[in-house]
Design a protein around this ligand. Sequence first.
Ligand code: 5RP
Length: 236
Amino acid sequence: MSDSLSPVDRAKFAAAKRASAFVESGMKVGLGTGSTAAWLVKCLGERVKDEGLDIIAVPTSSRTAALAEEVGIRITTLDEARWLDLTIDGADEYDPELNLIKGGGGALLQEKIVATASDRMIVIADATKKVDTLGAFPLPVEVIGFGMRTTRMLIEELLDGLDVMGTKAEPRMTDGGLYVTDEGNHILDLHLGRIGNARQLALVLNQIPGVVENGLFIDICDVIVTGHGDGRVEMR
Ligand code: 5RP
């Protein structure tokens, strides 16, 4: 299948395929969101069909739920499952400490809840996601609609006093207006350039009342599976 893919898709597929081997029958598995996670869902769907892999999965978005059902994976809610053996998800950036920026696909809230409720989180990524310091990718922050302009102002004021390069918080837009998450909230993308202290930023952002959650995943990821355009895979 991978011969017909572009190098980036081949890298994503290679990472997803390798990570899918960590899934065993009887497991409760969190399924991430995004193009790399979609490859994982397809790989697991093949194992369900070909090997009778028997898992129950908790999807992190309506998109992933629809794909999982389409490929024959049994899904449930996190409230039903309560706790998961493993979550496998993509990332927008990861640093040498395995801290992440997530939420480019707008599902950071469910992704963080599901990954936190898992014994283990494996991240699958192509090699372009690897950085020395987080922050070149705009940091997504999920905010409620009420008072969103004030929340934005408070975030920009907060950023002004922190070890970041930029301070702009841009509302994420679609053709139809403000982007709406699965939970009915909106996203502010923070253009920071470089995040000097990601742990501190993750904590203080969530102190602002209109902020629901931010896309910094600190000490949540256990393993990164990185795919390359030639099909090679690295794990750490
Ligand atoms: C969705 C995410 C994705 O995992 C992240 O955006 C990476 O996406 P892709 O695998 O398409 O590069 O956090 O909210």
